[in-house]
Design a protein around this ligand. Structure first.
Ligand SMILES: NC(=O)c1ccc[n+]([C@@H]2O[C@H](COP(=O)([O-])OP(=O)(O)OC[C@H]3O[C@@H](n4cnc5c(N)ncnc54)[C@H](OP(=O)(O)O)[C@@H]3O)[C@@H](O)[C@H]2O)c1
Length: 325
């Protein structure tokens, strides 16, 4: 038996709670792992609060991310004692996940834990931080270099936003954070933001072309915020779109693309191929200041995950929630 957070949905409705589960109930997979830490990303928040249809198979052990130790393996790349980090691949959605003392995963899903990080630090980064790195890699591939001008980060006090700010500032960019939390301004500046703007400035419908300001954008918010960010991006600039905290819609025009040569780069972490994951985790090991990472962390026990998920969905969390299994 092992301890797990279990989500159930049936005639009796939706339930979420920590319980003991028989190891025989784990799904098939080449590698049996013991996650030492997991985390709550936006998607975990949706799953744990049953807010949108993230979970496709019931009952479900949630937790899209985990980091810890391999216990058993039939995969050639993994042996007992190896330290791993896992992000995405539909785990916690269609396959039992890492908010549990045991998980059975495919060997090809796992990434070797970089020597620079403990499992706890890897989960402080989590899918949110690894996605922030994917966004930075996309901006760089489209030519962003330090000195190019201001880089906007939206959803700034959230997980993706916090890590993106820390990374971009460390790489020498001038970062402007857009946040709805005035109380987080000092936190965002300590992460490296040179200025903080009210997210309300970007939240409503705006003109298709506006005054050029941003050399690049990391957007975790979507909807009008992404449309306005595109409309304010400078000639030849690039916008990495990874999130939908405001909405899934994109009420924009083609004007920024055809009149200013702006590039919209889509970012997906869930199905990102292994070489890209490896590159992202190596760059995180190089470019993320562990001391700054620690300022983002709120650590909770597994038993508090459901209440923390409700806070996350209510927009009351700053930075990253790490779950001690
Ligand atoms: N593409 C991918 O593979 C991928 C991977 C990870 C995450 N994501 C997406 O990226 C987004 C951020 O994820 P996360 O883990 O960083 O979530 P998070 O920690 O909950 O942060 C989201 C932030 O967005 C801002 N926000 C919330 N509601 C908003 C609204 N109505 N309008 C404008 N801003 C709002 C808040 O920041 P402020 O209070 O500072 O404004 C909040 O802290 C989510 O939509 C998530 O689904 C996508």
């Amino acid at each position: 038996m092992f301890k797990a957070l279990l989500l159930a949905k049936d005639e009796a409705g939706f339930r979420a709670g920590v319980t003991q589960v028989d190891e025989a109930r784990l799904p098939p997979g080449e590698v049996l792992v013991e996650p030492a830490f997991s985390t709550l990303n936006f998607k975990d928040g949706l799953a744990l609060t049953n807010k949108s249809p993230v979970v496709r198979v019931w009952p479900m052990v949630p937790g899209i991310d985990g980091a810890g130790t391999v216990l058993e393996s039939s995969h050639p790349d993994w042996k007992p004692g190896d330290r791993f980090v896992h992000n995405g691949w539909g785990v916690g959605e269609t396959h039992w996940g890492c908010l549990a003392q045991r998980a059975r995963l495919e060997g090809d899903w796992l990434v070797r834990l970089p020597a620079a990080f403990t499992p706890r630090q890897a989960m402080a980064i989590g899918t949110a931080g690894y996605t922030a790195m994917l966004c930075v890699l996309a901006l760089e591939r489209h030519g962003l270099a330090p000195g190019a001008g201001e880089v906007l980060v939206t959803g700034a006090s959230g997980g993706v936003g916090s890590v993106a700010i820390a990374l971009l500032a460390r790489l020498g960019h001038r970062v402007v954070a857009a946040s709805g939390k005035p109380q987080s301004a000092d936190y965002l500046k300590a992460l490296g933001a040179s200025a903080v703007i009210d997210r309300a400035e970007l939240a409503a419908a705006g003109k298709p072309l506006q005054k050029e300001r941003w050399a690049a954008v990391v957007d975790a918010v979507g909807s009008h915020t992404l449309a306005n960010a595109l409309a304010q991006t400078r000639y030849g600039g690039v916008v990495a779109a990874c999130g939908l905290a405001q909405g899934m819609d994109l009420p924009a025009s083609v004007a920024p693309f055809i009149l200013r040569g702006v590039t919209l780069a889509g970012i997906d972490s869930v199905m990102a191929p292994r070489p890209l994951r490896g590159e992202a985790w190596s760059r995180l090991a190089r470019d993320l200041d562990p001391a700054l990472l620690e300022t983002m962390v709120e650590e909770i026990p597994l038993e508090d995950a459901v209440t923390a998920a409700a806070r996350l969905m209510a927009g009351q969390v700053q930075g990253r929630i790490v779950v001690r299994i």
